[in-house]
Design a protein around this ligand. Structure first.
Ligand SMILES: N[C@@H](CCC(=O)N[C@@H](CS)C(=O)NCC(=O)O)C(=O)O
Length: 191
């Protein structure tokens, strides 16, 4: 199998870190979505990374789907509770962290067009701020949720250095700083 993704994609980073935590070898093929390479469009007609091409040639798209597949590939994994309320809360935490990334990427696309203010921009910042507050209270819920949270926070640092997510979210700070020092986070640091 191979993961089609850019080196800076936070959704892909989540998967690469998860794979390392699960002991799964996840070959990486650097793929720039905005160039619309044929291999990506064949795997994902939406033209987005990450996409996971399986050994039989079929593809999985959307990072939550790929994450669920990776987790299901390792019976007895301990990163995400297998069922029950804790499972669904962790999945919801992933959705929150992904939602922060979605909002951040909308902001970046707007910036690329010179749009840096207005109600649509304000709405993205408000969503990010609210989600950070909730995620701050969810730290430690599961190892998988913590990976998702730390990847999202570090993406904000990477792309929005002026956005202060640290001052009001001490649990996010402690978690992110701790995970950033681990080999999987170091190996996938965007540059
Ligand atoms: N919900 C998707 C989001 C993926 C996504 O937005 N990826 C960005 C790169 S980080 C992308 O490929 N953008 C290209 C585009 O929107 O055309 C996931 O979780 O995998």
């Amino acid at each position: 199998m191979k993961l089609l993704a850019s080196l800076t994609s936070p959704y892909a980073r989540k998967l690469r870190i998860l794979a390392q935590g699960l002991g799964i070898d996840l070959p990486f093929v650097e793929t720039m979505p905005m160039s619309d390479p044929a291999a990506l469009l064949a795997a994902n007609p939406l033209g987005k990374v990450p996409a996971l091409v399986l050994d039989d040639g079929s593809a999985l798209i959307d990072s939550p789907v790929i994450a669920a597949w990776l987790l299901a590939s390792v019976p007895g994994q301990t990163l995400l509770p297998i069922a029950g309320a804790d499972h669904w809360q962790a999945r919801s935490t992933e959705a929150l962290a992904d939602g922060v990334l979605d909002a951040a990427i909308i902001l970046r696309f707007n910036m690329a067009q010179g749009i840096t203010s207005g109600p649509w921009v304000d709405r993205q910042y408000s969503a990010i701020t609210r989600a950070l507050t909730v995620m701050n209270g969810r730290v430690g819920g599961s190892a998988f949720g913590d990976i998702c949270i730390a990847v999202a926070c570090d993406y904000l640092t990477f792309r929005f250095p002026a956005l202060d997510w640290r001052t009001h979210n001490p649990a996010l700070v402690a978690l992110t700083d701790r995970l950033l020092a681990t080999p999987a986070f170091v190996a996938t640091q965007p540059a």
